[in-house]
Design a protein around this ligand. Structure first.
Ligand SMILES: [Zn+2]
Length: 338
């Protein structure tokens, strides 16, 4: 199997070709979409066979303009070659792809996490010959504290405010991080409100009975019915933005609300000040450096390709640990095969 980058991550076998997480709509014989984050899907689907999970298919229906053009498959085969998905533990519906043939076994992680966050099946690494792995946090600078300890600390802070009649605003990306936050914090208040993309995506997931969605009131409805004034014990979930943003400044001034930001980048002590929020917590839907290394060790492949984020740094670290690792770039095909 040959792995290279040419407008998309490409894997070519003896007599088959696959493109992974292509954001362009050009024709490929076969495409795999690991999850529905916008940097992994196109705006228009290519007219071709598509391997993706049933949940990502539902999300694609809402995110692309030509959904009917796709031919969707949960698993796929071409002669003796099989393409199978398994949970990548990143966001709702996210999967890794496992390709097995007489040429060997390849695993493409997409975005990945091996932490158990209570509502998603974590990625479980398995022995393979070739591993294509994300490296968003692929530097030793990024090692997250335990998920449970961070959640506990945030829960205590949130409860403290609510007990003192101070409402809280919990900010996290509407698809992925938000479901993690709902799972961890929504039980702390009876008054759960969502704003903008959070309400929209949650409603979509709720209608499809997808795990991770919860019952919530739309912010617009809460505002129009004066619900926000009737009680101060509310939690508002919103997309992650700067606390200087007009909407958040308004919430602080009008309701004395406290702002919480949740991001892997909150490991940096300056993050809270950069985002102008009251509290920030380092939780992520990606694996941290140690977890990426653990995936590589358990997969024990002959060849690793690093993609997304700190590709060069992570490949260099992997080489130090005795792996054959190459950052996937336009140069990779040239370096690897000629
Ligand atoms: Zn993602």
């Amino acid at each position: 199997m040959k792995v290279f980058l040419s407008k998309a991550i490409r894997v070519n076998g003896n007599d088959w070709k696959l493109a992974c997480d292509s954001t362009n709509s050009q024709h490929y014989p076969l495409v795999f979409y690991s999850h529905a984050h916008s940097d992994h899907i196109p705006r228009k689907l290519p007219k071709t066979d598509i391997i993706t999970s049933p949940i990502t298919k539902i999300l694609l229906k809402n995110f692309v303009s030509n959904f009917d053009d796709g031919n969707f498959f949960d698993s796929y085969s071409i002669d003796d070659v099989t393409f199978k998905q398994k949970s990548s533990g990143h966001i709702v519906g996210s999967t890794a792809l496992k390709i097995e043939s007489s040429e060997g076994k390849l695993v493409y992680t997409g975005d990945v996490s091996i932490r158990d966050k209570g509502f998603l099946e974590p990625f479980s690494p398995e022995k393979c010959d070739i591993l294509i792995i994300e490296s968003t946090f692929g530097s030793p600078d990024y090692v997250f504290p335990s998920y449970d300890s961070v959640i506990k600390e945030a829960q205590e802070q949130i409860s403290h405010y609510l007990d003192n009649n101070i409402p809280v605003v919990l900010m996290g990306y509407a698809l992925g991080k938000a479901q993690m936050l709902y799972n961890a914090f929504s039980h702390l208040s009876e008054n759960i409100i969502m704003h903008g993309a959070n309400f929209k995506i949650n409603s979509l997931l709720l209608a499809e009975k997808i795990k991770g969605a919860i019952t919530a009131m739309d912010y617009t409805e809460a505002k129009e019915s004066n619900f926000l004034e009737q009680t101060s014990k509310w939690i508002l979930f919103t997309p992650l933005k700067s606390g200087r943003d007009f909407f958040f400044s308004y919430l602080k001034k009008k309701y004395n609300a406290k702002l919480f930001a949740f991001s892997g980048w909150a490991l940096s002590t300056s993050y809270k000040f950069r985002m102008s929020v009251d509290h920030s917590y380092p939780i992520s839907d990606h694996a941290d450096y140690n977890e990426l290394l653990e995936i590589c060790k358990k997969s024990n492949p002959n060849q690793i390709y690093t993609i997304y984020g700190h590709t060069t740094r992570f490949a260099a670290e992997l080489i130090k640990h005795g792996f054959n690792a190459i950052p996937l770039s336009k140069q990779t095909l040239l370096d690897s095969f000629f």
